[in-house]
Design a protein around this ligand. Structure first.
Ligand SMILES: *[C@@H]1O[C@H](CO)[C@@H](O)[C@H](O)[C@H]1NC(C)=O
Length: 431
C-alpha cells in the first residue's frame, strides 16, 4: 500500500516488527489520534510528519485493541488521501499552466482578429503580404467638442498639418505659414500656446486653435522651453487622433515647397521624415561590428538606422499610434532630462523583450530628398548639379541653429530662383 512512497519501507518495518504489538494495542487511541492528524495534516501526513507519527504511536500505552484491519484501513485511507492530495495539487498546477497558455493564446488571437478582421489562408510563394495599415479608431467627439467643431472646417479628408507655437518662434512661424499659403495648402492649423501668437495668427488669417487655459498642461506651453513644448506636443496630438484625424505634425522651422499630402503613402501608423542623409542612414543598413579577439567570429552584424525626426511626421488615428503618443508623453514626464526625439524613436523601434512590451506600430521612412533635412540640403544637394534642380516637398532646418537665415535663403533659392542664395552658408554650424 505504501509502494512508491519514499517513507514506505520505514513505516512497514515499524508496523511489522518491533512495535507491531504495541501498535495493535494502541488502536483505540490511534484511530482517534489519526483522525485528528488527518484533519491537521491534509497535505501529506507521511511525507512531512512521519517521525511524529512514529514516536507518538510507539509511546501510546498498551490497551486492548479492536483489530489490525482498522489500522490498515486507516493507513490505506491516509495514503490514498495523500496521493489524492498530491494528484489534486498536480492537477491544479497543470490547470493553472493551461489557463495561462490559454489566456496568452486568446489574447494573441483576439489581437489578430482585431487587426485582420478575419482569418485567411496563406497564399502561394511570393504573394503573401502582411498587414501594415491598422484600422482607424472610431472618432470620439466628447474628448473635445470645441476642437471637433473647429476641425470640421479646417481638415481636408480628415487630415491636416498641425504645429504648436508660442511667441518665441514668431519669426519662423511667419516664414512657415507664408510658405504653406504659397503652395495652396488649406488644411493646416497652429495650436497657439500663448495669446500673442494667437493674435498674430488671427491677424494673418492663419487657422489658429487656442487651448482652454484650464486644460492644465498649458502652463508648460507658455513657459516655452523647447523641451517642455515637445512633451506637450504629444499630449495635444492625442486629442486630434481621438477625434479621428490624421495629423501631419510639423515644427515651424520648415519651409513648404509643395503640398505634402500629395506625397504621403498613408499605409503606416507613423510615416516620418528622417535625420538620415543617404540611402543607408535613412533607410537602414547592416553595420558590422568588428571584435578581432573573437577570431573566427570577429564580425557581429547590427541593424542601424538614423532616427526619425519627431518634428515632422504623419500619424494616423490608430490604437498603436495613440499608444505611442501616450508612452512618449508619459516617459517625457517621468524622465525630465530625456530628449523627446530619442524617446519617440526608442518607443517606436525597440522590440518586445523580457520585461518589456514594444509598440506594434507600422513605420514608413519618407523619401529623404522629398522631405529633406538641412544636412542633406547643405552638405549634398546644393553642391550637386542634378539634385539642386529638383524641388523637394519640404525642407526642415533641423540641423542648423541659424534657422531664420537659412529658411529665408531656402525661400530665395527655391521660390525666387536666386541660384546663389544657399552658397554663403557653411555645411554645418559655425558654433
Ligand atoms: C539610393 O536608392 C535609390 C532608390 O532605391 C537608388 O535609385 C539610388 O541609386 C540609390 N543611391 C545610391 C547613392 O546608392
Amino acid at each position: 500500500m505504501m509502494g512508491g512512497r519514499r517513507d514506505g519501507p520505514l513505516m512497514r518495518n515499524a508496523s511489522q516488527s518491533t512495535v507491531k504489538s504495541r501498535i495493535l494495542m494502541a488502536i483505540a487511541t490511534g484511530i482517534s489520534l489519526g483522525c485528528v492528524f488527518a484533519f491537521l495534516y491534509p497535505h501529506g501526513f507521511f511525507s512531512s510528519s512521519a517521525p511524529t507519527f512514529h514516536s507518538r504511536l510507539t509511546q501510546v500505552p498498551s490497551t486492548k485493541c479492536e483489530s489490525s484491519e482498522k489500522l490498515n484501513e486507516l493507513k490505506t485511507e491516509y495514503a490514498a488521501a495523500s496521493i489524492r492530495n498530491a494528484e489534486l495539487r498536480q492537477q491544479v498546477k497543470e490547470l493553472i499552466e493551461k489557463l495561462k497558455l490559454a489566456e496568452q493564446g486568446k489574447d494573441h488571437a483576439q489581437k489578430q482578429v482585431e487587426a485582420l478582421g478575419k482569418q485567411h489562408k496563406a497564399g502561394s510563394f511570393g504573394t503573401v503580404k502582411g498587414l501594415k495599415t491598422n484600422p482607424t479608431v472610431i472618432p470620439d467627439e466628447s474628448v473635445n467638442p470645441r476642437l471637433a467643431k473647429f476641425l470640421e472646417n479646417v481638415a481636408v479628408q480628415r487630415e491636416l498639418i498641425v504645429a504648436l507655437a508660442n511667441w518665441n518662434v514668431k519669426d519662423s512661424l511667419e516664414i512657415w505659414f507664408t510658405s504653406i499659403k504659397r503652395v495652396g495648402i488649406r488644411n493646416y492649423l497652429v495650436v497657439a500656446l500663448d495669446d500673442k501668437i494667437a493674435e498674430f495668427c488671427e491677424s494673418n488669417d492663419v487657422p489658429v486653435y487656442k487651448r482652454d487655459p484650464d486644460e492644465g498642461i498649458d502652463s508648460i506651453g507658455r513657459a516655452g522651453t523647447n523641451h517642455a513644448v515637445s512633451g506637450l506636443k504629444f499630449r495635444i496630438l492625442r486629442e486630434f487622433l481621438q477625434l479621428g484625424y490624421s495629423v501631419l505634425l510639423s515644427d515651424v522651422d520648415i519651409v513648404y515647397l509643395q503640398n505634402p499630402f500629395n506625397y504621403l503613402y498613408r499605409d503606416s501608423d507613423v510615416e516620418s521624415m528622417t535625420d538620415g542623409h543617404n540611402n543607408m542612414t535613412a533607410y537602414g543598413f547592416d553595420d558590422v561590428f568588428d571584435e578581432p579577439t573573437m577570431g573566427w567570429a570577429r564580425y557581429a552584424h547590427t541593424i542601424r538606422l538614423w532616427v526619425y525626426n519627431s518634428g515632422f511626421f504623419y500619424i494616423r488615428p490608430t490604437i498603436p499610434s495613440i499608444e505611442l503618443l501616450d508612452r512618449v508623453a508619459s516617459r517625457l514626464a517621468r524622465e525630465p532630462k530625456s530628449w523627446d526625439q530619442a524617446v519617440f524613436n526608442e518607443e517606436l523601434f525597440f522590440p518586445s523583450h523580457p520585461g518589456y512590451e514594444g509598440i506594434y506600430a507600422a513605420r514608413r521612412t519618407m523619401d529623404f530628398y522629398l522631405f529633406m533635412n538641412s544636412k542633406v540640403l547643405f552638405k549634398t544637394v546644393r553642391k550637386d548639379a542634378r539634385l539642386s534642380k529638383f524641388k523637394p516637398v519640404i525642407i526642415h532646418v533641423n540641423y542648423h541653429p541659424n534657422k531664420l537665415e537659412r529658411m529665408k535663403a531656402i525661400v530665395e533659392y527655391y521660390v525666387n530662383g536666386n541660384q546663389d542664395a544657399l552658397k554663403a552658408f557653411p555645411d554645418g554650424s559655425d558654433w
